[in-house]
Design a protein around this ligand. Structure first.
Ligand code: PMP
Ligand code: GLN
Length: 381
């Protein structure tokens, strides 16, 4: 047995959701919406299931979805992609991450990770034989600075994995931070996996900046997206990666032995959805911004100090600033067991030197769920 896996705990998302189910708690932990999702996209999947092919689609994904991804990014982000040589469909962003990491990391290569980091990154890097190097971001602004980058980059740096907007901190890297990063990536001749699954959930008039658009980054960036996030259908596990042809060709070799393909009906529906008018994307963002404000207001009224949420469908509370001395794991454990509300301790997103006073909550929930969560959070204090 591989000790890496044998000794690994179950992910905090699954562990918390299992506890919430067992205890009948309000689940504001794992990030998934509790609404049905857009009817038109679901109908497109139903139609494709009845009338389309249910056999293996092409390995790189159906042309219709690959074209839709390229068109979508041209329209929304001014990123120009050749669908045929630069877009690959994967089974969720998770598979895109795995394929890209397995294909790009050689044993002994250093991989720069920003903590807090999404939970899949480190196990995949280690499995690929990569040597992780960490840059540590901390509340309240979770910023990158030049000194931190200068310390983290070395002559062995091969890959950087960045998530923007950031889960769990709900922060965005601004143009200046991305430029600092890009400068060093180029100087070290490295590659970046840019996990942009939250690209459409950017609030208060802010703009998502695709890393590929920075000078010199177009051909060094693997941009990852997820239909599960864009259409609030997290169970679908349809994702994609976009990269210059030499990177795409290599990553496709890993993809062919991970999942090979992704269900064609869901691909057809994702293609339909990506082509929807701007209204859908604006309405989704506005809807989640209202949910964010509802949860933030309720938590503030309950005496919690809430950290800003600029993107994603998460927000965090600062425990010490809320007058709570318990660390995040203790607080989350008591909150689920004694107050009946599941949250996620942010220290789970650190491999070392963790921030221990921040707890993440998901607001992609109907108003009743949010209100029930707030009521339970009042008890958790
Ligand atoms: N990356 C990040 C930063 C995420 O938050 C998530 C899902 N929560 C994923 C990747 C995985 O996306 P998918 O469900 O499409 O595999
Ligand atoms: N990305 C989701 C979150 O951050 C969970 C995904 C998962 O459970 N793997 O909550």
């Amino acid at each position: 047995m591989n000790p890496l896996y044998a000794e690994m705990p179950t992910t905090i998302f699954e562990a918390m959701s299992a506890l919430a189910r067992e205890l009948g708690a309000v689940n504001l932990g794992q990030g998934f919406p509790d609404a049905r999702g857009p009817d038109a996209v679901i109908e497109a999947a139903v139609t494709a299931l009845r009338e389309g092919s249910n056999q293996y689609p092409p390995m790189a994904g159906m042309a219709e979805l690959r074209r839709a991804v390229a068109d979508h990014y041209r329209r929304h982000q001014q990123v120009d992609l050749d669908w045929a040589s630069e877009v690959t469909v994967t089974s969720g962003a998770t598979e895109a991450l795995a394929a890209a990491i397995f294909a790009l990391v050689r044993p002994g290569d250093e991989v720069l990770l920003f903590q807090p980091m999404y939970d899949a990154y480190l196990p995949l890097v280690l499995r690929a034989g990569g040597v992780p190097r960490f840059a540590r971001l901390a509340p309240p602004d979770w910023r990158i600075d030049a000194a931190m980058l200068d310390q983290a980059f070395t002559p062995r740096t091969r890959l950087v994995i960045i998530n923007n907007p950031v889960n769990p901190s709900a922060s965005l890297f601004d143009a200046e931070s991305l430029a600092l990063l890009a400068e060093r990536v180029i100087a070290h001749d490295a590659i970046v996996i840019s996990d942009e699954v939250w690209e459409h959930l950017v609030f208060d008039g802010r703009q998502h900046i695709p890393l590929m658009r920075l000078p010199g980054m177009r051909d060094r960036t693997v941009k990852i997206g997820s239909a599960g996030k864009i259409f609030s259908l997290t169970g679908w596990k349809v994702g994609w990666m976009c990269a210059a042809p030499p990177l795409t060709r290599v990553i496709a070799k890993a993809h062919q032995f991970l999942t090979f393909t992704t269900p064609p009906n869901l691909q057809a529906a994702a293609a339909f959805g990506l082509a929807m008018a701007d209204d859908y994307f604006t309405a989704m963002r506005d809807h989640y911004a209202r949910s964010r404000d509802r949860l933030a207001r309720g938590l503030l009224d309950a005496g919690y100090a809430v950290l800003p949420s600029a993107g994603t469908y998460f927000l965090s509370i600062d425990l010490p600033a809320s007058g709570i001395s318990a660390d995040d794991v203790t607080f989350a454990e008591l909150a689920v067991r004694e107050a009946g509300v599941a949250t996620i301790p942010v220290s789970a997103f650190y491999a070392e030197d963790a921030v221990r006073g921040v707890v993440r909550l998901c607001f992609a929930k109907q108003d009743e769920t949010i209100d029930a969560g707030i009521a339970r959070m009042k008890i958790a204090r």
